[in-house]
Design a protein. Structure first.
Length: 227
């Protein structure tokens, strides 16, 4: 099935001068195939550092596939892809510690507690133990999970697991946040608590995949429509 894409630039500068340095994300003719099925068909996009991109489209349009390619979890079938100045897939290793990824399923060990999961993530990202502990406690408190921090993840609700997985994605303060349906399973209170953690900030680039056009495009500099 052919996939189409349209890009809307919502930034005030439009086609003005780019920020200094290489763009955060730059791809041209991007393709990803699964056997005979084409998920992404020749997509082009450039996103400046510090900007936010909303990716919209119906189920099966390739939104999650695009995010996994940008995270270095899937190899592109064709085209050119650069993320934070790294050519993918050749230089995927250079992205370690610079990207935070939130997928459809929480990347958490169900038999470990939230604190244990976050401590493991901190170690994998090379955070110093003296800095990791306070950072973990601050994140748990921010999402209202400090009291449940020693429970097994398997005992938590889907919304609670989503809060913890968002903590994992932002724990190492990545330059680029890739968020696949960050509001999934969250009630209004949960969305309010995690919003500051995943908001676009100074020096942080963000790509948000969502079915909710209104929330996804709020504050977005560009919108990529897949269909």
């Amino acid at each position: 099935m052919e996939r189409t894409a349209a890009v809307e630039d919502r930034s005030a500068s439009g086609e003005g001068a780019e920020a200094p340095g290489a763009p955060a994300i730059d791809f041209g003719g991007l393709r990803r195939e699964f056997g005979e099925r084409v998920a992404l068909d020749g997509i082009d996009l450039r996103l400046r550092r510090g900007e936010s991109l909303a990716v919209l489209g119906p189920n099966g349009s390739g939104k999650s596939t695009l995010l996994r390619v940008l995270a270095g979890l899937l190899r592109p079938s064709g085209g050119r892809v650069s993320v934070l100045g790294c050519s993918l897939p050749k230089e995927t290793y250079r992205l370690r510690g610079r990207v935070g990824y939130l997928g459809h399923e929480p990347l958490l060990y169900r038999d470990l507690s939230p604190r244990e999961n976050l401590a493991l993530a901190a170690a994998l990202h090379g955070l110093e133990p003296g800095a990791a502990g306070p950072r973990i406690e601050a994140l748990l408190a921010a999402v209202g999970m400090a009291r449940r921090g020693d429970d097994r993840v398997a005992e938590l609700s889907a919304g609670m697991r989503q809060r913890i997985d968002i903590c994992r994605a932002v724990l190492h303060e990545p330059e680029l946040l890739l968020l696949d349906e960050p509001d999934a399973h969250l009630d209004p209170d949960g969305r309010r608590l995690v919003a500051p953690l995943i908001a676009a900030g100074e020096g942080r680039t963000r790509v948000v995949v969502s079915h909710d056009r209104e929330r996804a495009t709020a504050g977005a500099d560009s919108v990529l429509e897949l269909g």
